[in-house]
Design a protein around this ligand. Structure first.
Ligand SMILES: Nc1ncnc2c1ncn2[C@@H]1O[C@H](COP(=O)(O)OP(=O)(O)OP(=O)(O)O)[C@@H](O)[C@H]1O
Ligand SMILES: [Mg+2]
Length: 264
């Protein structure tokens, strides 16, 4: 692959976004974040979804660092950034949790408001402490997602091979372009990660052809019982089935998109 890795281009704040639900945003954030941590990288995961799925994976505490951070930015009383991050959830892996459904109502304005600007500034601050900051977005495209995407250096879009993904992706790309325009910088979509793919189904080949037209690198993660099982057990794919095909697929993404081929 001749495309430069995120590491070599210095893009280190990466959002996992798609307004469509259940396409593998959380599992991808988790698997890639944990994979980077295993490779010795210091990684912060931010749970930007009011559903709090990423948080529930790691802890049953109703901890809401992300919500508290945003509330601190809106209402004052902001404290040290460390207070919003849980202690290491795995070696090299940190989480800014969120278990607050009211998260969305904090950011009502569709414009990039002062809270969003303050959040973007804080993410910039965090960049000096982590090699990677990965943001798990929710299945929506409101002001919250706009704020999260605007704080990112680049976006990865998890999605599925199906007909509605085509118009969904076009809409998402338009929105990301518009949001980037509003803050005066490009937010590139670095990769499309098709999850739950099945090699033997010939229709998939037609979809591969269609999605190539978007001219964004395509990666695939095969459909596997291991991923839902790992989530149920509260373990990452690297802890449950490191030699499975899906682990191999996520390894390829970590090494090619994030770290560069030299790490393979
Ligand atoms: N490659 C895969 N093979 C099989 N199941 C998968 C795969 N990837 C994800 N899943 C399963 O699909 C479901 C949805 O995944 P996930 O929660 O990551 O999606 P999401 O996009 O974050 O959803 P939401 O939009 O609700 O936040 C989960 O049950 C997950 O275990
Ligand atoms: Mg999710």
């Amino acid at each position: 692959m001749d495309k430069k890795s995120l590491r070599s281009t210095g893009k280190r704040v990466i959002g996992f976004a798609n307004q469509k639900g259940g396409v593998g945003k959380t599992v991808s954030t988790l698997s890639i974040g944990a994979g980077l941590a295993l490779a010795g990288q210091r990684v912060l995961l931010i749970d930007g979804d009011p559903q709090g799925n990423l948080t529930l994976f790691f802890t049953s505490d109703k901890s809401s660092g992300f919500f508290d951070l945003l509330r601190g930015l809106t209402e004052g009383g902001f404290s040290q950034i460390e207070n919003y991050i849980l202690p290491e959830v795995r070696e090299n892996l940190y989480l800014m949790p969120n278990c607050q459904r009211e998260l969305r109502s904090l950011i009502k304005d569709a414009q990039i408001t002062s809270i969003a600007e303050a959040f973007i500034d804080h993410v910039r601050l965090l960049k000096s402490r982590f090699d990677w900051i990965l943001l798990d977005c929710s299945p929506s495209n409101g002001a919250l997602e706009k704020m999260l995407v605007s704080a990112c250096d680049a976006i990865v879009v998890p999605l599925e091979f199906q007909v509605f993904s085509i118009t969904g992706l076009s809409g998402l790309l338009d929105e990301i372009k518009q949001w980037g325009g509003e803050i005066g910088r490009e937010i590139p979509v670095e990769a499309l990660v098709f999850t739950k793919t099945e090699k033997r189904i010939s229709r998939m080949n037609e979809y591969r052809e269609i999605f190539r037209n978007f001219r964004i690198p395509i990666f695939e993660v095969c459909k596997s019982e291991w991923l839902p099982k790992a989530v149920e057990l509260g373990k990452t794919i690297w802890e449950t089935a490191p030699t499975s095909y899906s682990a191999e697929d996520y390894y390829r993404i970590v090494s090619q998109i994030f770290l560069g081929n030299e790490n393979e």
